[in-house]
Design a protein around this ligand. Structure first.
Ligand SMILES: [Zn+2]
Ligand SMILES: [Zn+2]
Length: 232
């Protein structure tokens, strides 16, 4: 298990040595871009005006998920941390991310009666190159903390999608369409599930997964993410 192999533990933000795995150093902890109110009721992106319920993205598009939460804004500091987590084998960062999600949204998960966690899948080829699916590592930590089942299979990413960052919103949606498929799975026995991922930007990945899960007979799909982009 990740917890035993990393020594000394380091801050997942600035890489300074910390006393315990799964924590950030004091300086980073105080400076991280935690999302505060007012935030979008749907996707939890920060919004400017307290009178509005939803961010521009959620006003523009009808998503199939019910609602979701993220911990931090995807700023430069967070993108560097997540970059190391994904591309430099810093798998242990999942402990910090997953524990922050559990601490902040454990009661939200219970209030919404979420019965299972489903990591957003990555393509098989990517997984074998990287050696792990980062979303699955995070989901594993939350599942352990809150004792909610983690479903590893059921959703599969069968299309390798183009990088999303240079595409417009509608291009992103199209890019993601039919990128996920659901094989034989037990997912349909759960009524309320939460998708887990590292980053939420326009929501097109979540949307594609949510659609698949609803097709399988799930009633409500929620999501939990480490970081979320700001509304454009
Ligand atoms: Zn630090
Ligand atoms: Zn929103």
């Amino acid at each position: 298990m990740i917890k035993d192999i990393i020594f000394p533990p380091r801050c997942p933000i600035c890489e300074a040595i910390v006393s315990k795995l799964g924590m950030a150093c004091d300086t980073c902890k105080d400076n991280l871009p935690y999302i505060k109110e007012p935030r979008c009721k749907r996707c939890s992106k920060p919004i400017g005006n307290e009178e509005t319920e939803n961010c521009c993205d959620c006003m523009r598009k009808e998503f199939h998920y019910t609602s979701g939460k993220a911990v931090w804004i995807y700023n430069k500091t967070m993108s560097q941390s997540i970059g190391r987590f994904k591309y430099q084998n810093k798998q242990e960062y999942a402990v910090f991310y997953g524990e922050e999600i559990s601490r902040l949204y454990g009661s939200w998960i219970k209030d919404n009666q979420i019965e299972a966690l489903i990591p957003v899948p990555i393509h098989k080829r990517k997984k074998s190159l990287r050696g792990y699916n980062q979303a699955e590592l995070i989901a594993h930590v939350i599942s352990d903390n809150l004792e909610i089942p983690l479903l590893r299979t059921g959703l599969e990413r069968f299309k390798e999608t183009k990088p999303q960052k240079d595409l417009t919103l509608s291009e992103r949606m199209r890019n993601m369409e039919a990128a996920f498929t659901s094989g034989k799975s037990q997912i349909g026995v759960f009524r309320r599930v939460a998708l887990i991922d590292d980053i939420y930007t326009t929501g097109s990945t979540m949307e594609a997964c949510a659609k698949e899960l609803l097709k399988l007979g799930v009633d409500e799909v929620y999501f939990l993410c480490v970081c979320i982009g700001t509304s454009v």
